[in-house]
Structure formats: structure tokens, C-alpha cells
Design a protein around this ligand. Structure first.
Ligand code: PBG
Length: 326
């Protein structure tokens, strides 16, 4: 048989495969989400996220040092707010001595180079478990945006490098940028969760922070998973409003959206490989149905190939170790 082209030539040995690989993931691509709790020596495994933990600040600092040593440059902080501090205004979110603010300071003191990002949304602080303020059973946009601005400024004050609004309210990026500028936080970045879909895959995360919505769902602010063009609109608007990075979330079921957004904007695109995606791999691996390490590397490489410049992932530490072993 005579063939002009034999595509298998470039697949024939590990050497040539690695020479022509189009996508290479490195620990600097990862953002490690961290769940932080009050107390000391607290290290609670999340029931629906095997081998992922909620830690008090002391243990969090050890974790941050370990992540930095593995080449991971960024963490994304989430805190578990005590029930008695939750209300409908979310005011604990901008308490300057709140758990988030203390965590930011402690991490920046311990590992100053670590790039600290913070979740900005009211759900962990809301007695209703919603990302915004509730009036007559509705999540009201404009008062929520005011709260998010206060929250963002308070994170910046505590030393956060970048705030990451995950609430999906309209106009919040412009308002946060203006708030930061007016308060002279000209070095604080904004990573906008631009195309954040109303997804069932957030379930395990809501276990981790005890933040499930008390009534209804999040479909009046998070996006309908049937939609694609709307994701581009959201991302483009967030860039115009001042976002430094835009995000698509969840990751794996939305890689088509990642590519579309990547082609539509001139800022880095981040992708959140979310809790449900983590738990599915863990559960299948625990049953011996898939090879966990291979599933991690294939998943993260797929996300980067789709256009994800940065990947927020609960596998950050595992993947960094696997990369170092290669
Ligand atoms: C809250 C927030 C959520 C996640 C990140 N920020 C949950 C939600 O919107 O209900 C999900 C992350 C994950 O599932 O890993 N605004």
C-alpha cells in the first residue's frame, strides 16, 4: 500500500509525541480553591468531595506553603460563615475582622508571593443561601451590587490581589472597578465569573460551605445551560466593564463555551473545573472504574486545549505532583 501521508508517524514514540504535543499544562495554570473555617487545627473532609478538606487558618497556611512549593501561584478563597453571622444583607462579608479578611492577611503574611483571589458573592453569608439580597422572594440586583462593592473593597483592603465576583448580578464588574478606583486600589484585579451556568454540578461545593439556597434555585441570575451566544455577550460586557480575566463555569460540560469565549475576548480566560466534576472522578476512581491520575491529566489538558488559560481546580495539588513526576 502506498500512502502519501501517514499520520501515525507523529504518534509512534513517546519522544515524538511529546515534541508535537499542542497543549502542555503546568502548575502555573492552576488556581487552587481553598475552603476555610473558624477554629484551630480544623481539617474536615468534605463528605461529597473525598480527600478535599475545609481547614482553619493555621492548616490553610501549611497548605498554601505546600502549594507554592509545587509551583502553584494562585489560591481562590472561600470561607464557611457561622450560622449566627448570616443575615439577608450579607454584612459579615465586609467585616474587616471577618474570617475572609483574616485569612487573606494571614496568607499574604505567610507566603507574600502567592496570588490571592477571593470569591465575591453573598451566598456563604446569606440566611437564604442566595448570592444576593432577597426581597419578596426575589434576588434584587442593584442593592446586591452595592453589597458586592463593599465586599470587594474590604477584600482589597485586607490584601487580596484579585477579587472574583461569582454572583452573576448585572453591572457588578463596572461597579466594583469604580469602587476599587475610588478607594485607590489600582492594583487589585477582577476575575469575573462571566458565563456561570445554573448547574447541578455545584452540589458538593454547597455541602462544603453549607450554602445551598434555602428556597428556589439560582436560575434568575445564573445562566441557562441551553445558551451559548449569551455567554459571549456576558464575557464581552464584563471585559468592557473592566474585568481582567473572564471565567466560564462549570468546565467539562461547557468546553464549547470556553472555546467560543476564548475566540471572542482579548483577556485571559479561566475555567472552573468545579466540585461536581471533581467528585465524579473521585467516585468512579474509588470504585476502580477509571484511573484517577489519568483522568485528572486528561481533564485538565482538555480544558486548556479548549481555551482555558487558567484552571481553577480541586485537583491542582495532585496535578502539580503528577506534572513534576513526568
Ligand atoms: C458561590 C459559588 C459557587 C461556586 C463558586 N462560587 C456555588 C454556587 O453558585 O451555588 C461553585 C464552585 C464549585 O462547585 O466547585 N457564588
Amino acid at each position: 500500500m502506498y500512502l502519501q501521508r501517514r499520520n501515525r508517524i507523529l504518534r509512534s514514540t513517546p519522544a515524538i509525541r511529546s515534541m508535537v504535543a499542542e497543549t502542555i499544562i503546568t502548575p502555573a495554570d492552576f488556581i487552587a480553591p481553598l475552603f476555610i473555617d473558624e477554629g484551630e487545627n480544623v481539617c474536615t473532609e468534605i463528605a461529597s468531595m473525598p480527600n478535599y478538606f475545609r481547614r482553619s487558618i493555621d492548616g490553610t497556611l501549611d497548605e498554601v506553603k505546600a502549594l507554592w512549593a509545587l509551583g502553584i501561584k494562585s489560591v481562590l478563597l472561600f470561607i464557611k460563615c457561622k450560622d449566627e453571622l448570616k443575615d439577608n444583607t450579607g454584612k459579615e462579608a465586609w467585616n474587616k475582622d471577618g474570617l475572609m479578611q483574616r485569612s487573606i492577611k494571614a496568607i499574604k503574611d505567610a507566603v507574600p508571593e502567592m496570588y490571592v483571589m477571593t470569591d465575591v458573592a453573598l451566598d456563604p453569608y446569606s440566611s437564604y443561601g442566595h448570592d444576593g439580597i432577597v426581597e419578596n422572594g426575589e434576588i434584587v440586583n442593584d442593592p446586591t451590587v452595592e453589597a458586592l462593592v463593599r465586599m470587594s473593597i474590604s477584600h482589597a483592603e485586607a490584601g487580596a490581589d484579585m477579587v472574583a465576583p461569582s454572583d452573576m448580578m448585572d453591572g457588578r464588574i463596572a461597579a466594583i472597578r469604580e469602587g476599587l478606583e475610588q478607594n485607590n486600589f489600582t492594583k487589585t484585579g477582577i476575575m469575573a465569573y462571566s458565563a456561570k451556568y445554573a448547574s447541578c454540578f455545584y452540589g458538593p461545593f454547597r455541602d462544603a460551605l453549607d450554602s445551598a439556597p434555602g428556597f428556589g434555585d439560582k436560575k434568575t441570575y445564573q445562566m441557562d445551560y441551553a445558551n451559548r451566544i449569551e455567554a459571549i455577550k456576558e464575557a464581552v460586557m464584563d471585559v468592557e466593564e473592566g474585568a481582567d480575566i473572564v471565567m466560564v463555569k462549570p468546565g467539562l460540560p461547557y468546553l464549547d463555551i470556553v472555546r467560543e469565549v476564548k475566540n471572542a475576548v482579548q483577556v485571559p480566560v479561566s475555567v472552573y473545573n468545579i466540585s461536581g466534576e471533581y467528585s465524579m472522578i473521585k467516585a468512579a476512581a474509588q470504585r476502580g472504574w477509571i484511573d484517577e491520575n489519568k483522568a485528572i491529566m486528561e481533564t485538565l489538558t482538555s480544558i486548556k486545549r479548549a481555551g482555558g488559560d487558567l484552571i481553577a481546580t480541586y485537583f491542582a495539588k495532585d496535578a502539580a505532583k503528577l506534572i513534576h513526576q513526568m
